[in-house]
Design a protein around this ligand. Structure first.
Ligand SMILES: [Zn+2]
Length: 393
């Protein structure tokens, strides 16, 4: 896809150290091009920027989010990309040998062992630091932590970045769910019971290709309790990373729409992280949704971490999801700052290229609005019943 405008834009942002004033640079950018191409803003189901800020200086790294930083997301590039915000993950890393990991992932077939489980104390400590970063971002007016869809709509109208506090892997939460109550009061509105790791609440899938997610047991009692309490609170349960037996247990016990924030189509890319058509049918039946992950390994039929991945590959996933789930149940879950994304996007400033590809593919204005942010509002309207309806006991 030729796109001289975006290539120019991306070139200017390729070396942020050379910029004396990124904000000034943004205003020099020809806004009409972006506005014409962008279409509706994108609200996104998953990013890992809080972890990246934590490991790059913690609270001290926060100003870089406003002025420009390495990585996938910052405010200046979010403006260029028409990125309205998303689910900001509280995520705790396992000690991983990255070199060995990428060596394994570059094989035609791979099977990374699950990292060891984390202790609650260690996980909670990291989560507290990440929440502190998110709160500081809000304090300096970089974003707003949204508790309701009314909050999100107000952000979209004003141009303020909208953030949902999301936990990816619930290791920080104790079996009695005391921490859940406290984090809910602090603004937590979405939880994935597992990352690709075992927790007391369930089992994650290993990064395995080719494979289904049918690996390991379903939810233990604590996992079922977590699901039921999240239902009561109106906290969204995220099925991404959960194994298939756990998926079906959530489907059985949850009374909320089934949502996978950042997963793709197994029929196109037979990766353990992706969803089979049977799972997609259950998501449709529950009136839930799926956010398309930008990670090359989850998009590509060959499962490879290869950034030379064309827009058509992502459009295949979108088309399949729209056919299987209906056009009200598909959105995006980029995994920005947590995965390797295709060259045609590269980072949040590249989102106009994605919108352009979607429009060229024939998606009309109404469908564009749904896919880019409307469907997230729809499913959260249904899931966050408690706050949205003012039912606070
Ligand atoms: Zn993830």
């Amino acid at each position: 896809m030729s796109n001289g405008r975006i290539a120019l834009c991306r070139g200017r942002w390729a070396a942020p150290d050379t910029l004396t004033s990124p904000v000034a640079m943004y205003f020099e950018w020809t806004e009409p091009d972006v506005a014409n191409l962008s279409g509706p803003v994108i609200f996104d189901g998953h990013n890992d920027v809080l972890l990246k800020l934590l490991v790059n200086g913690g609270i001290d790294a926060v100003p870089g989010f406003v002025t420009g930083r390495d990585g996938h997301i910052d405010l200046p590039r979010a403006k260029i990309g028409g990125f309205a915000g998303g689910f900001f993950a509280l995520y705790v890393r396992s000690p991983i040998d990255l070199k060995a990991r990428y060596a394994e992932l570059s094989k035609p077939q791979y099977d990374l062992p699950l990292p060891a489980p984390l202790t609650q104390d260690a996980a909670l400590s990291v989560v507290m630091q990440e929440i502190a970063i998110l709160l500081r971002l809000q304090e300096i007016d970089a974003l707003k932590i949204c508790h309701t869809t009314a909050d999100m709509r107000a952000c979209f109208a004003s141009g303020k970045m909208a953030a949902i506090m999301h936990m990816e892997g619930a290791e920080a939460i104790d079996a009695e769910l005391h921490v859940l109550e406290v984090l809910y009061a602090a603004g937590l509105r979405s939880i994935g019971p597992v990352w690709s790791r075992q927790t007391i609440f369930g089992n994650g899938v290993p990064f395995r290709y080719p494979s289904t997610g049918d690996i390991g047991d379903g939810l233990p009692d604590a996992g079922v309790r977590l699901v039921k309490r999240c239902n009561q609170l109106g906290v969204m349960i995220d099925l991404s990373h959960l194994n298939e037996a756990g998926f079906w247990d959530v489907a059985k016990h949850s009374d909320a729409p089934l949502v996978a924030t950042h997963s793709n189509v197994h029929a196109i890319s037979p990766h353990s992280r992706n969803l089979t058509d049977k799972q997609l049918d259950a998501i449709a039946e529950s009136d839930g949704m799926v956010g398309v992950n930008f990670g090359c390994a989850f998009l590509r039929p060959d499962g490879q971490v290869n950034t030379d991945t064309a827009p058509d590959t992502m459009l295949r996933h979108l088309d399949h999801l729209i056919n299987r789930l209906g056009e009200n149940r598909v959105g995006f879950g980029s995994d920005f700052d947590g995965t390797v994304v295709p060259d045609f996007i590269t980072d949040v400033a590249g989102l106009p290229n994605l919108r352009e590809a979607m429009i060229m593919h024939g998606y009309d204005d109404n469908l564009m609005r749904k896919l880019t942010h409307g469907n997230w509002l729809r499913v959260l309207d249904k899931t966050w019943h408690r706050e949205n309806h003012g039912q606070k006991d």
